[in-house]
Design a protein around this ligand. Sequence first.
Ligand code: S3P
Length: 427
Amino acid sequence: MIFKRKTNLTGTITVPGDKSISHRAIMLGSLANGTTTITNFLMGADCLSTIDCFRKMGVDIDVKDDKVTIQGVGLHGLKEPSETLDVGNSGTTTRLISGILAAQNFSCRLDGDDSLRKRPMKRIITPLSQMGADIKSEKDNGCVPLIINGKKLKGIHYDSPVASAQIKSSILLAGLYADGETSVTEPSLSRNHSEIMFNQFGIDCKSEGTTATVKTASDFNGIDINVPGDISSAAYFLVLGLITPNSEITVKNVGINPTRDGIIKVIEMMGGNITLANVNNTGEKTADITVKTSELHGCTIGGDIIPTLIDEIPVIAVIAAYAKGKTIIKDAAELKVKESNRIDIMVSHLKAMGCDIKATDDGMIINENVETPNKLIGCKIDSALDHRIAMSFAICGLNADGETDIPDSDVVKISYPNFYEDLESLG
Ligand code: S3P
């Protein structure tokens, strides 16, 4: 797909449901007793992988448009799958479901696509094994395929070396089945959707600072969940509205949980014109967000804010490329183990478009040597089949000279199947 310069983009977008919350709703709805309904569910390929895995373990999950109805089987009602669980491209599915599978009274095998087969799973194998899990990387390389033989687990306290909601959630989900208490302390607080949803289902989960704690769970009942719009998907339109001349874009019903709202803070730090309206603070906080074309300046992004915007860094690199002065992104080495090495890819492609950018060990520095940003010129972009790279360069290409060509553009189906239609809708 080809992208060319545009101006005067105005309109209102409703982005699809939050990916992290959609995954967790399927998992907890499957383990609940009775019916769970999920509205505004993200029908992205990653979340469909999670549905597929639970269906293979005997859970009846009905999908109609963006509404999902689950007949939960109870905490101990999952059945041994007759085939390998295919987690596709989804790191979240893999890591979270492993915590659940580690405690079942059956064995199973998990496998995913080529990109997933390169992603580190030792980070969950280590703590789950400390809980008594029998979980092995089939090729002994710390990656999927994983073989998990369900075992009786015991609660642990785990000091996680990385701020990762996937690690934390994997351990807490295993903790629902483990004897005694299970707690995780992180170096910085990562997204807390699991903790919030545990409490919504009536599961006792306490959070204090960067520590989350669960006890052995007893049966819990299904609930109704309305998934807020995904701030990680909204981010593309926020950046587009800020960098495109004569533009004003509103994104409605966006989840602005404080463990996810780093992109809003960065936009404010860079001098972006951004306003929030209709703030709703019940459960997962939401708001309508409006941005207008702005004079942007660089800033430094690092420390505790990083986990709150980890998936937005590719598009933050794009906004920084169009901002005056230097932007430093640091403490973000985790970017190297996402769906692609997002430091290398952003740096090499933005450089190819003419941006002053260099990679560092834990991030990147943008516009270090130029007062006014270089004019960017479109080129061919290899997304490395990473949905967030494709969407970031679509936004970049709409503000660059020439043509930005993204051949494997349909990779956006992972998290935002209607991304291009929504882009087109802006007049
Ligand atoms: C996710 C957590 C983040 C994020 C991923 C989804 C989740 O990963 O990058 O897209 O749903 O828990 P880490 O918490 O491992 O950084």
